[in-house]
Ligand binder design. Structure first.
Ligand code: IMP
Ligand code: MG
Length: 191
């Protein structure tokens, strides 16, 4: 792994077997997270919320987001996997580890990125049966051009083109989660 931070727009890094270029600077990510937190603080002021963090990708976003929330917060985790080692969603999602007690709670699903929407769709279907008080979705990124499902994402950091990104928790074949910025795949060979 080369340097962890974006140095210039023509900076390139290699993650696993592909080349990535700078996409969203860490300062801009922090602004996006702050904006989402502000809206959640406004909408759920005086209420307790359950942050349901979707592993593994959303862990970094969630850890920044929950520290900006001003109401009582309970943190729970579920694991959803749809990508495996490729850059395209498999279209099927396995949800594991959803043992949290969500009945009567304001559940906020914390997701890194919504692509086809299958993961969110499956989660909502599953959670709906557990009678939460409310279900809302906070996603750092969304690719509306490739959504298969009709989705309302309550809090979105930014809508992006359907290109593959890594960093800030998001991986390519298990790599790149620790990058503090978001990088997008390029076709260029690594110099
Ligand atoms: P969906 O079920 O197709 O919406 O896929 C959502 C999941 O796929 C997210 O939780 C991510 O883990 C992963 N994902 C989608 N797009 C990307 C990407 O560009 N980079 C890394 N992971 C992604
Ligand atoms: Mg994910």
């Amino acid at each position: 792994m080369t340097d962890n931070s974006i140095i210039s727009p023509d900076h390139r890094i290699r993650v696993h077997d592909r080349t990535f270029r700078p996409y969203i600077h860490r300062d801009e990510i922090q602004d996006m997270v702050r904006d989402i937190a502000k809206r959640i603080n406004h909408d759920f002021s005086g209420q307790e919320v359950t942050a349901l963090v979707i592993l593994k990708g959303a862990m970094v976003f969630a850890s920044d987001l929950i520290r900006m929330l001003s109401m009582p917060v309970i943190v729970e985790f579920a694991r959803a996997s749809s990508y495996g080692n490729s850059m395209t969603s498999s279209g099927t999602t396995a949800i594991e580890g959803l043992l949290a007690d969500v009945t009567d709670r304001n559940v906020i699903i914390i997701e890194d990125i919504v692509d086809t929407g299958t993961t969110i769709h499956e989660l909502i279907k599953h959670l709906g049966g557990l009678q939460p008080k409310s279900i809302t979705i906070a996603a750092l990124l969304s690719k509306p051009a490739v959504h298969n499902e009709t989705l309302t994402i309550d809090y979105v950091g930014r809508e992006i083109a359907p290109d593959f990104v890594v960093g800030y928790g998001m991986d390519y074949a298990g790599h790149g989660r620790q990058l503090d910025a978001i990088w997008v795949v390029t076709e260029e060979p690594l110099a």
